[in-house]
Design a protein. Sequence first.
Length: 134
Amino acid sequence: MVHIDVDGTACPVTLPNGQHPPGGQGLTSRLSYGNGRLWVELYPRGIIRPAYYGRARPNGAIAIKFPWTRGVPGHLEITGRRLDADAPALRSWIPGGYGRTGFQSTGVIFPTTGCWEMTGRVGSASLTVVTKVI
């Protein structure tokens, strides 16, 4: 799906694909998106509205929680970049204590609003999604 802003800017947001981890482990929501090795829960229509889902910081950055599920063992890393303008890279917070596979709570800090590509990686497995932060 492509989200079009009032200024005509397009953002090819990722929508849920119905993929869930096997055996009911981890994410089973209708907002799940995955590839058989990694899964993430997306926000409705691929759009993050901080007033509803996250927290805007005094510097304008937006902090959002993203639940992931790892089907392969290892430490999850999240990277990302803004697609529609120059901006610093997103930052992520990935707490310990979740083991080497299965559910992983995370926090992502988007430095600005805009169209963002986010990639989660565990070893050679990766999953990329695009979301609009407004």
